[in-house]
Write a new protein. Structure first.
Length: 262
């Protein structure tokens, strides 16, 4: 196939790849076709991450997870074109992330690092950080910091790290780190419901319940009309915030007008 040589042709090819990736994945071979699309436009790791994360989520949403279409052996194969290999890794590892399969994701990336012909790209290392953070392993914070030096303001990469901090409930200063990460320009738009959702959870862990409720209400308001993909998660977080606030108020001693606990 002739490679797109100018920007309009490349943009059209990328649009085609995105359309294939986010359409209803009836064809079980679509991951391989997508890998071909990204190879043909010589996609960099950022483009691959953006397309593959959306593709893995879309497939999961219609009950056709990438995990049922690819295998670890597909990801670990060493005889593929580097862009094809990276695409399949991004797809499969993203699917593991969305299923919260942190130990499996960790082991696969470690195996991949041993067999890969070149250093792992930034997004794959972000997924590795997610796997460690999701298990509340402190070394995940080190990997996260290393990724941040290279990721700049790449939204998909920052979202992966934010997700790991949200999942790792026992990380040292995990909630504070999450809030700091959420303030980076790529995430601090104030209109991303997923960012606001994760911020609300961090605020709940810090006992800042009213701020958390404000964040979750904004998140719900920012959802597209009729979007049910994460609505239940947002409503559940709101219920947790209300329950935590009520419990805190119930446990706080009632004080008399003189300021002495009654």
């Amino acid at each position: 196939m002739t490679l797109p040589t100018n920007r309009p042709d490349r943009a059209a090819a990328l649009h085609k790849a995105r359309a294939r990736a986010t359409a209803t994945p009836d064809d079980p071979s679509w991951p391989l076709h997508l890998a071909e699309d990204l190879r043909d436009i010589r996609a960099d790791w950022k483009t691959s991450a953006e397309v593959c994360a959306d593709a893995a989520w879309a497939a999961r949403s219609v009950g056709r997870s990438v995990l049922g279409l690819l295998s670890p052996e597909d990801v670990l194969a060493t005889d593929r074109n580097p862009i094809t290999a990276r695409t399949l890794a991004h797809l499969y590892l993203s699917a593991l992330r969305f299923d919260f399969r942190c130990p499996t994701l960790q082991r696969l990336v470690e195996h991949l690092a041993e067999t890969a012909r070149q250093p792992l790209d930034c997004y794959t290392r972000a997924l590795y950080a997610f796997a460690l953070l999701g298990q509340s392993r402190p070394e995940g914070l080190t990997v996260m910091d290393e990724v941040l030096t290279e990721a700049e303001e790449h939204p998909k990469t920052l979202h992966v790290l934010l997700h790991g901090l949200w999942l790792g409930q026992d990380l040292d200063e995990g909630a504070e780190r999450l809030l700091a990460l959420s303030s980076r320009p790529a995430l601090a738009t104030g209109t991303d419901p997923i960012v606001l959702f994760r911020v609300a959870g961090a605020l709940r862990r810090l006992g800042r319940y009213d701020e958390g409720l404000s964040a979750i209400d904004r998140a719900i308001d920012c959802l597209p009309p009729g979007d049910i993909s994460v609505h239940a998660d947002l409503v559940r977080e709101r219920s947790l915030l209300c329950a935590a606030r009520d419990l805190h108020q119930h446990r706080s001693p009632t004080r008399t007008s003189s300021g002495v606990p009654s």
